[in-house]
Design a protein around this ligand. Sequence first.
Ligand code: ADP
Ligand code: MG
Length: 614
Amino acid sequence: MTDIIQLLPDHVANQIAAGEVVQRPASVVKELLENAIDAKATTITLVIKDAGKTLIQVTDDGVGMSTTDARLCFERHATSKIKSAEDLFNIHTKGFRGEALASIAAIAHVELKTKTGDTEVGTKIMIEGSEVTSQEAAVVPKGTTISVKNLFYNIPARRNFLKSNPVETRHIIDEFHRVALAHPKITFVMLHNGSDVFNLPSSNLRQRIVNIFGAKTNEKLVPVAEETEIVKVSGFVLKPQFAKKSRGEQFFFVNNRFIKSPYLHHGVNAAFEGLIKDGAQPGYFLFLEVDTKSIDINIHPTKTEIKFDDEHAIYAMLRATIKHSLGQFSIAPVLDFNKDSGFDTPYEYSKKSPVAPTIEVDKDFNPFQKDAKQGRGNTSYKREKTASWESLYVGLKQDTGEVTSVENIEFESEEVTGSLFDTESEEAGQITFQLQNKYIMSPIKSGMMVIHQHLAHQRILYEELLKNITVQEAVSQQLLFPLQLQFSKPDIKVLEKVREQLEHTGFVFSALKDEQIEISGIPVSIIESHVENVLESLINDIKEEVPDAGFSQNDLLAKSMAKSMAIKTGTALNKVEREHLINQLFACKEPSMSPYNKPILVTFDVTDFDKKFM
Ligand code: ADP
Ligand code: MG
């Protein structure tokens, strides 16, 4: 028998390869957008006609290509991104297989216009079914424009298999979202049949999400952040109440590359267990950063599936981190009673039989007798001169008189106990008890009151901080040894912007240098060892702030600090601490809503209980 094996001609090989890389117009969009990102573009414009069936055009202002490269880029396995097999384990670009342009050029009419920064004139190349039909010099701006026309013109079967325009457009938008989310710093514009679909300015992740999915998304986002040796996780999940019946916004990015991972998806779902209905789909925008050596992105031509070395560890960490975030932001399950006791607005609440006065407290009892001698850096400090809950109540209603009277107390920053309140006296007072170190329960005349301890403390601190920032008479605890903290340059810039407000809360900055700050005084309500955390989350919150969210800087500052300073869920509180917290809460202007608009307390009428026994 004669030899029958022969090598396929290039254009046939390219067409076959194209089958893997290019399934539909959206695949072309993905490859072209990724090339533009790899070319370090700062602005990328996508133009689509007829769901990409007639035209897909991507313009970037990236590095561009030389004339030789412009010709070479359409060859199969032509890539500037890797040189050897070892490089496969150290991928920092989107592409590396060098087959996208070759594949696309095999099945469409392609026009490439490109120019690098160091030449006057650029190059224009036309290519159809892998055949170059023209090449000439062209006057074009720096960067690259690739137009892909008549996709699958030479493979009718494929073309006929394309779905309706709305469906194909949906796929394109999905790809566009994925790329745009992974690169919020890059400006993206998308036009379809001549009209604007997206116009996304350079921004941070939160703003990018909001710009894509709408202003309402902002309040649904719960930040997620954790770092271990094997993986760094950041991003957002959507609050459980916004879970959808169908898969909505679910995005995993690994080293800024969108990936699909049913396994990790399961991990996220597990974190939401008990918080959403069975079958409901949580929303998430999660960014994982891992060592490039610990993953293999090479297993799929479209690179949306990757293999991790430590999949199980990542799963466990993801689940725990998200659980923690949901807990920290008090997206905790709300008690599931019929809500009929007028809790919709704080005002309605105040019309009800007044709750605060029903708490009976021994007015002569002073929980802080011992404390006054000790001097401690904690939130109760400012109040420690006052004897009873009544005077606490009055204290807040008054202006700053009370605050100034504390000025001559000596604060010792060393005496940090981590506990908020005096733990010694356990005598008189209203009955209160703690449920799962999270809720404070107290019988009231009409039934039962349940207070969320972390949210309650947030409210107390928030009002205190806001008052201090605006009234500007906060007291500061002098540190014996100035605290030196390292921050990045951009972070220091952020701090500089809010320095004045921070000083009003009691911070004393003795130096704000390039990458280091020195603090010689801190607010009385903060523990020295928490300062770094508090400032860090403040910087993050400011960076993440969506400018048009309608909050003033002061408000943001007070909220952010209150959030990170407040006692956490899981902290055991003794009787005195519980009562003190309740008293302080009811001295607030808005005791029933947290600064982030979550209910702080709920009441249950005895009739609510009665119903359960029928
Ligand atoms: P890969 O991205 O895997 O390297 P492609 O076929 O997508 O393969 O692209 C081939 C090469 O063409 C790239 O490696 C790059 O050098 C060059 N290239 C493609 N698109 C652009 C662009 N928008 N700007 C500059 N260079 C580009
Ligand atoms: Mg590529």
